[in-house]
Ligand binder design. Structure first.
Ligand code: PLP
Ligand code: 3DJ
Length: 415
């Protein structure tokens, strides 16, 4: 293979073709918008592709619910959308019974609301357990709530490649722990934490636990009710393909809902929003975690993708996800490692979610050139190229194409 050849070795190209031929989900790719100029899109763990059906649904919404029903649509359908779509998310990807999931705000805002509500429900417990490798917005919210409430964050410093292990959490748990906040899937390495194990350990210490599922929802089976999780949040623009700025969602276990008070008391979380009365009275159940007017328009792409996920089935989606990341790791080991690339994601597929982190000092410039070529993964400091693999919209051929360009750029870089 010539250095400047952008193709992978024939064996890998043929394996990709075989895997596509055998892929039981291969027909779903055609339901996404696939522009010619994008050779390979490997960033669905940041922003998922749009569905073709959404283009038509948005047009119908403008003419129908918005353009013709107008303000009447609030009572007819829109006011119920946050919990209706929440229940769809709960059923399709969270393993959550109805009445426990609501769509609203952004992940950051919902994180603040649930973290604050949780620590206020544990007065006298002055510690929050978190980790230094979590996404910045989680760390910033936790630091702010700790400052607001006179609490201390106990930071775990996990090995970036392995993520937070139960023993590291247990070492910090005590009767001073109010809340444990972790990402189920690490945003850099894609490490899948032991959600049931850590949840049980937190409960043994009398603490609440909140899971950030941004990199899990839609690509990893979660099982919130089965694991007796208290609280969870997630975004919907990654593997739920809700589109840029799509709303987030929150899960609050039924047993906790009427015992928690969230700090942003807005009219949409009121028991009777249109009474417009003098006093705030929280709505019963999950609606009390709403604050302002729901992002109705922004829920349309999300509804379409949840329908697709239910058609495909999360077990099949997870199985393809594992095949895709296994293929990426095999190419990295056999073709990229001789060029200095290191796989910085778990080797065990049971602990690896929907993306793979490949490290090399040249990755920042490699990603810049890849984007110019229409090959779109993303870069995370200090030296990580993230290969995001959305199972329903990504083909093995597309993945092989992308990795061929990565190889060629590393093989021909000067210096
Ligand atoms: C783990 C995690 N939490 C939170 C966020 C972002 O939160 P927001 O949707 O509020 O920007 C992201 C990425 O966008 C993320 O990866
Ligand atoms: N949420 C994002 C945004 O608003 C702009 C650009 C990127 C994003 C992302 O999704 C970042 C992503 N959570 C990450 O894992 O890095």
């Amino acid at each position: 293979m010539a250095e400047d050849d952008v193709r992978l070795p024939r064996a890998f190209v043929e394996r990709a073709a075989e895997l596509d031929d055998r892929d039981p989900l291969r027909a779903f790719r055609a339901e996404f918008v696939l522009p010619e100029g994008v050779l390979a899109y490997l960033d669905g763990n940041s922003l998922g592709r749009p569905l073709v059906v959404t283009r038509d649904r948005l047009a119908r919404f403008v003419d129908g619910e918005w353009g013709e029903r107008l303000i009447r649509a609030w009572d007819e359908t829109w006011l119920a959308r946050p919990t209706a779509v929440g229940d769809l998310i709960g059923r399709a990807v969270l393993g959550a019974a109805p009445g426990q999931t609501v769509v609203a705000d952004s992940t950051t805002v919902l994180l603040y609301k649930l973290v604050r509500a949780a620590v206020d429900a544990r007065p006298g417990r002055g510690e929050i357990i978190a980790d230094t490798e979590n996404f910045p917005t989680d760390r910033y919210v936790l630091t702010a709530v700790a400052a607001e409430t006179g609490r201390t964050v106990r930071w775990i410093e996990p090995d970036p490649a392995t993520g937070v292990r139960p023993a590291e959490v247990e070492a910090l748990l005590s009767d001073r722990t109010a809340l444990v906040v972790l990402s189920h899937v690490a945003y850099k390495s894609a490490y899948i934490a032991d959600l049931p194990g850590i949840t049980a350990a937190a409960h043994r210490a009398g603490a609440l636990v909140l899971w950030d599922l941004c990199h899990s929802a839609g690509v990893v089976e979660v099982g919130l009710d089965a694991a007796d999780v208290d609280l969870a949040v997630g975004c919907s623009y990654k593997f739920l393909n809700g589109g840029p700025g799509a709303p987030a969602w929150a899960y609050v276990a039924q047993r906790l809902q009427d015992r928690l008070v969230q700090p942003i008391a807005g009219w949409m979380g009121h028991a009777e929003p249109f009474a417009m009365g003098p006093e705030y009275r929280p709505a019963p159940g999950i609606r009390r975690f709403l604050s302002g007017t729901p992002p109705v328009l922004a829920m349309i792409p999300l509804e379409d993708m949840l329908t697709l996920i239910e058609r495909a089935g999360l077990p099949a989606i997870r199985a393809k996800s594992v095949s895709l990341t296994e293929y990426a790791v095999a190419v990295a080991d056999e073709v990229l490692a001789p060029l200095g690339v290191v796989v910085a994601s778990p080797r065990d597929p049971d602990h690896r979610a929907g993306h793979v982190l490949l490290e090399h000092d040249a990755m920042a410039t490699v990603v810049e050139e890849l984007w110019r070529r229409g090959v779109i993964p993303d870069f995370r400091r200090p030296r990580g190229l993230r290969i995001g693999l959305s199972p329903l919209s990504t083909s093995f051929a597309e993945l092989a194409t992308a990795l061929g360009h990565v190889r060629q750029l590393l093989a021909t870089r000067g210096g």
